[in-house]
Design a protein around this ligand. Structure first.
Ligand code: MF3
Ligand code: CO
Length: 259
């Protein structure tokens, strides 16, 4: 069942989303060569708690940290470690979620460590573009498949792989709610979108193939072919009309060219 949030509930999700945005911006500022992923995790947890929110990832199905920190061929769910020192030329995906006043927000970005190859720069840029192409489809009356179809079309036009084993999701009082939001598929298929639905749209795009494997730690997911992967995620709300509000990107205005 897909839950519909009323305006008062949406206001609470907006507050959670705006807080997560603020925290993601602060996290970006401390990412640099020589930093460990454990230090970034500790920093994130401290920021979240200082704002009277709670880290939603910590202890989720036994997950041991407040962020996921996934480097290069790690797709998602990289566990922060004090042995993981960020190296110039790598790309790092940071995924973070929090709960404020009972309502969830979930967001991720990928960033280069120091100077990175033009190939990786392009991957990060296109993954973000995939998010916006997919998310803009989330209008009242559209269907979940419209989102994934748009993501896949753009990603594959660049020759990239679209990760299939992991998807976006509904979000609200719980981090993961219905519906599942794949980053691939056919347009005009799947659940019908209605105003008040809130979704986490999160393309995971690789330089190579879409196939992945899970590591022995039970969490880290890597590309099977070792190609680098980028991840970009926001929590959005479907509105009565027009493209959605991006709850984790306060003040974002869709371009006039939006369909
Ligand atoms: N943010 C992830 C998602 O988008 C969830 C991370 S799983 C956790 O679904 F265990 F790390 F929380
Ligand atoms: Co998510």
């Amino acid at each position: 069942m897909i839950s519909i949030k009323n305006p008062a509930q949406l206001e609470k999700m907006r507050a959670a989303g705006h807080l997560l945005h603020e925290i993601m911006c602060r996290i970006r500022e401390v990412i640099r060569p020589g930093e460990t992923t454990a230090a970034i995790d500790a920093f994130a947890e401290e920021l979240i708690r200082r704002k009277n929110a709670a880290p939603s990832f910590l202890n989720y199905r036994g997950y041991p940290a407040s962020i996921c920190a996934s480097v290069d061929d790690e797709v998602v769910h990289g566990i922060p470690s004090d042995r993981r020192v960020l190296q110039e030329g790598s790309i790092l995906s940071v995924d973070c979620g929090l709960v404020l006043d009972g309502w969830q927000a979930d967001s991720a970005f990928t960033v280069g460590i120091g100077k990175i190859s033009p190939e990786k720069e392009e991957l990060i840029r296109v993954t973000e573009q995939c998010f916006f192409e997919g998310a803009r489809m989330a209008r009242q009356g559209a269907r979940v498949g419209d989102i994934g179809h748009a993501v896949q079309k753009l990603a594959e036009s660049h020759g990239y792989g679209v990760i299939r084993d992991l998807t976006g999701h509904g979000i609200g009082r719980n981090m993961h709610e219905d519906p599942s939001v794949p980053n691939f598929g056919e347009a005009d298929r799947g659940a019908r979108l209605r105003a008040g639905m809130t979704l986490a749209v999160e393309p995971m795009i690789s330089l190579g193939s879409w196939q992945v494997k899970e590591m022995k730690d039970g969490w880290t997911v890597k590309t099977l072919d070792g190609s680098s992967c980028s991840h970009y995620e926001h929590t959005i709300a479907v509105l009565e009309e027009g493209p959605p509000e991006i709850l984790t990107l306060p003040g974002y205005v869709w371009e006039k060219t939006e369909r």
